[in-house]
Design a protein. Structure first.
Length: 368
């Protein structure tokens, strides 16, 4: 996918995508700036299809997948109307396995861990999420980590349900090595039930609909809280502002490094100048190879040095690390700033100045 920077070089711009990913439970908290693993820019990259980070299972994700069926069976003892998604959808499960809400035709989607059903004429108004954690303190006093809270809130909203059940199991370090041996008990597992109407989450300071250009600034002082409808409205505005226009939220060089590194492996579509310079340099390299056995090579090598210096400067300027066979590799080292030290600590600097004598041998050319 072709891309370019905006004029201020703080955003990525692409052609508005015809096909997009949706805002899932995981991306819901990302768009709201509440996911510690992904920024709004990262969510935008995945939704537009510009970047999808490769996913590899680790011991934590493997443990979660292995223990989840055990959690559901354990929860059924207290909530007998619970069904796993496979049980709930039956023969239609393959169709809905990765898209529980595709029939709604909205920008939201996701996969629930389990679902409740109707019983005795009473609607069991509950969606469910199974979580594993090594930090029980995050769930103290009936609290739910905010990214998990967002996920459950979205799914309950889409299902038009008013309660969310969280099943949280707490693991010891050795449990991650052998999750198949983990036994879910009341000593290591808790139930947390939240009413959707009572769930409030921190909201961004500025919504796209109320500012000329949304900055992606999250509340750090005077935190404002909103319920599910405010969050849904915000995400729908965010979608119109960024996804439908193809203009990203502002990126952060540190937090979004993984995404930016992948994006910058290809050149911006509006930077033909750099490509032209690289092509000239490559052609010159080939010409020098042919001239190695003849005279006149020194001038060509000098020309190549000038071009390569220009390529380096242009790559640094455009944050591009690869173009037409040239790669820019970054290295960092500490350097003593002698000039600054001399200005700020003049007396100390002069105290340690020592005279150094050097000699240079030259040859005098005698005139004939």
């Amino acid at each position: 996918m072709e891309w370019q920077y905006n004029e201020a070089r703080t955003r990525i711009v692409v052609e508005p995508p015809k096909r997009t990913k949706k805002i899932t439970g995981h991306r819901f908290s990302s768009v709201l700036g509440l996911n510690k693993y992904q920024t709004p820019f990262g969510a935008w990259c995945e939704i537009t299809g510009l970047v999808r980070l490769p996913f590899e299972d680790n011991k934590y994700t493997i443990a979660g997948k292995t223990i989840e069926p055990k959690q559901i069976e354990y929860a059924k003892q207290k909530f007998p109307n619970i069904k796993s998604c496979e049980e709930y959808y039956g023969n239609s499960f393959p169709e809905y396995q990765y898209s529980n809400f595709k029939d709604l035709g909205r920008i939201f989607d996701g996969v629930r861990d389990f679902v409740s059903t109707k019983s005795d004429g009473i609607t069991i108004v509950m969606d469910g999420e199974c979580k594993t954690s090594s930090k029980p303190q995050d769930w103290a006093n009936n609290m739910v980590p905010v990214d998990y809270l967002c996920q459950g809130m979205l799914y309950a909203y889409l299902d038009e349900l008013d309660r969310i059940l969280y099943v949280a199991s707490f693991l010891q370090p050795m449990d991650y090595n052998n999750p198949e041996n983990y036994v879910v008990t009341e000593e290591n597992t808790i139930f947390v039930v939240k009413k959707l109407k009572d769930c409030y989450i921190p909201m961004p300071h500025y919504a796209p609909s109320t500012s000329d250009e949304f900055k992606g600034d999250w509340a750090t002082q005077d935190i404002q809280f909103g319920g599910i409808q405010e969050a849904i409205d915000y995400c729908e505005d965010w979608w119109k502002t960024y996804v439908e226009t193809g203009i990203s939220p502002e990126f952060d060089e540190t937090l979004d490094k993984e995404y930016l590194d992948i994006i910058r492996k290809s050149k911006p579509s509006n930077d033909n100048e750099l490509e032209d310079i690289c092509s000239q340099a490559i052609a010159l390299v080939k010409e020098i190879e042919l001239l190695k056995v003849s005279s006149g090579i020194n001038g060509k090598e000098k020309e190549l040095k000038v071009l390569e210096k220009c390529i380096k400067e242009k790559m640094i300027e455009t944050d591009l690390y690869s173009c037409n066979g040239y790669e820019l590799k970054e290295s960092k080292k500490e350097k003593f700033n002698e000039k600054r030290f001399a200005e700020e600590q003049e007396k100390l600097y002069n105290k340690y100045l020592e005279e150094e004598i050097t000699y240079r041998l030259t040859k005098k050319v005698e005139e004939e």
